[in-house]
Design a protein around this ligand. Structure first.
Ligand code: PNW
Length: 465
């Protein structure tokens, strides 16, 4: 059985993010971000890699969009870098920065591709980082002010707005553990970043509505953690990892259980009167990034250690993360397509009114660039035979189809990523693209998965496995 896909009701796409692809770190008035500082700090990223050049997409955006056109996508998810738009604290809009994104948006539209813009994909200006970053409530207001400036210029042409990408990473991974910028292993202090990110989402959504009216399509992207294992451990990690964002954004409250479970490590006094109303804004779409699942179990350790512990799951020290069964990717993440099905169905059941789209799904593989003779033409060609990626995507698209058949209102699917790029702390050592990038020459070589995806999109149906 196949599921026909109606063009305007479902977007096939690919995704990227500014710091991972643009390069041009000091061009046209861009100021440093917390990721420039982090990646330039010895020991923070693999091999000391930085986004200074990345895939040079600031200069090669036309070539990249031509490849998207060849791929046949309905939409492209990219992100806008605040350091290009508001490059000094409280300063004027850097028009050159807006000019760049205007060129990108117009080039997409000229090629019949819907622009889907993420406003915050982790590159916070360093001047805000210097004042405490997401631990400072004022950051939420600065990011909302930047949102308003972007909406004024691009509001008539962007199809879908995404406020935040993965606030889980911007809080727990950045302030709870120290794996992402700014690299502070403060454990429970991350709850403060969680709340300020939730507040930023609400303020950004309101800024978009004020500027563009109710017609604007507004979304947020969450990387929801779908864990398996002991019911108690699954319940707690769901609370700390997922409901801490979903409930305030979609329901207008923090679950009482959250306050009970974190008693002693967080007093939540940073939640001010009116914040929850501000956070709870009508949304058009919920974006889900999905890669893999975890396996958790209760242990006999205490829930809170004696001293502050660097962790991505504060208040969960009594939970063990067990090795996951089955096949794993180059990131060490397990391959679990049913996890995507289970996650979509679960979110649909809990928040039935929310249409969803998959804003990221993909796999890092040990891709090898080969030179070979094309049997059809006899020409010498470069190729990447990424069968493992094709198998991964095939199985995940199948899971999405099954979820839709089970009643989930799914409106799109964006493969991460359009091209290999700067994989944060892993630098250039992990390749997620469906287009290979030869970093020495910046040559783009479509992988076999690109050809596979082109065919899937052209068929406009999701086949059963
Ligand atoms: C997402 N984790 O990051 C991001 O949105 C992308 O920018 C990134 O390149 C992609 O997934 C692949 O990693 C994540 O530790 C980073 O669970 C880390 C985690 C999850 C997502």
């Amino acid at each position: 059985m196949t599921l026909p896909i109606v063009p305007d009701a479902f977007m096939f796409g690919t995704a990227t993010a500014s710091y991972q692809i643009e390069g041009a770190a000091t061009e046209d008035g861009r100021c440093p971000s917390i990721w420039d500082t982090f990646s330039h700090t010895p020991g923070r990223t693999f091999n000391g890699d930085t986004g200074d050049v990345a895939t040079d997409s600031y200069h090669r955006y036309k070539e990249d969009i031509a490849l998207l056109k060849e791929l046949g996508v309905d939409a492209y998810r990219f992100s806008i870098a605040m350091p290009r738009i508001v490059s000094t604290e409280g300063g004027p809009t850097n028009e050159k920065g807006l000019d760049f994104y205007e060129r990108v948006v117009d080039e997409l539209l000229a090629n019949g591709i819907k622009p889907c813009a993420t406003l915050y994909h982790w590159d916070l200006p360093q001047y805000l980082g210097d004042k405490g970053g997401w631990l400072n409530r004022d950051t939420a207001y600065r990011v909302a002010d930047y949102t308003r400036r972007v909406a004024e210029r691009l509001g008539d042409r962007v199809d879908t707005w995404i406020t935040l990408n993965e606030p889980w990473c911007s809080s727990y991974l950045s302030y709870g553990a120290s794996e992402h910028a700014p690299g502070m292993g403060g454990g429970p202090v991350a709850f403060e970043a969680v709340h300020h990110l939730n507040l930023a989402h609400g303020l950004m959504t309101q800024a978009l509505r004020d500027e563009l009216g109710d017609a604007a399509k507004v979304a947020v992207t969450l990387n929801l953690q779908f864990n398996r294992g002991d019911a108690d451990a699954v319940h707690r990690t769901d609370l700390i990892g997922n409901r801490v964002f979903l409930d305030p954004m979609l329901r207008g409250y923090y679950p009482d259980e959250l306050f009970a479970v974190t008693r002693g490590i967080c007093d939540w006094s940073f939640v001010k009167d009116g914040d929850l109303e501000q956070i709870h804004q009508p949304l058009d779409l919920l974006g889900i990034n999905y890669y893999s699942t975890g396996l958790v179990a209760m242990s006999d350790r205490p829930q809170f250690p004696q001293s502050i512990e660097a962790t991505t799951f504060p208040g969960c020290s009594d939970i063990d993360w067990l090795p996951t069964p089955g096949e794993h990717t180059e990131m060490g993440w397990n391959i679990d397509p049913n996890g995507l099905y289970d996650l979509l169905v679960r979110v649909h059941n809990d928040y039935p009114e929310m249409p969803m789209f998959i804003t990221e799904n993909g796999i890092a593989c040990a891709d090898e660039l080969v030179t070979e003779t094309d049997p059809a033409t006899g020409d010498t060609v470069k190729a990447v035979h990424d069968d493992k990626r094709i198998a991964y995507l095939t199985r995940h698209f199948d899971a999405a189809r099954r979820a839709m058949e089970a009643g989930v209102d799914l409106r799109g699917y964006f493969v991460w990523s359009m091209l290999d790029n700067f994989e944060w702390a892993f630098g250039y050592s992990k390749r997620f693209g469906i287009i290979y990038v030869d970093y020495a020459t910046q040559e783009r070589i479509p992988k076999d998965s690109f050809k596979w995806y082109r065919q899937l999109i052209a068929s406009r149906e999701l086949p059963a496995l």
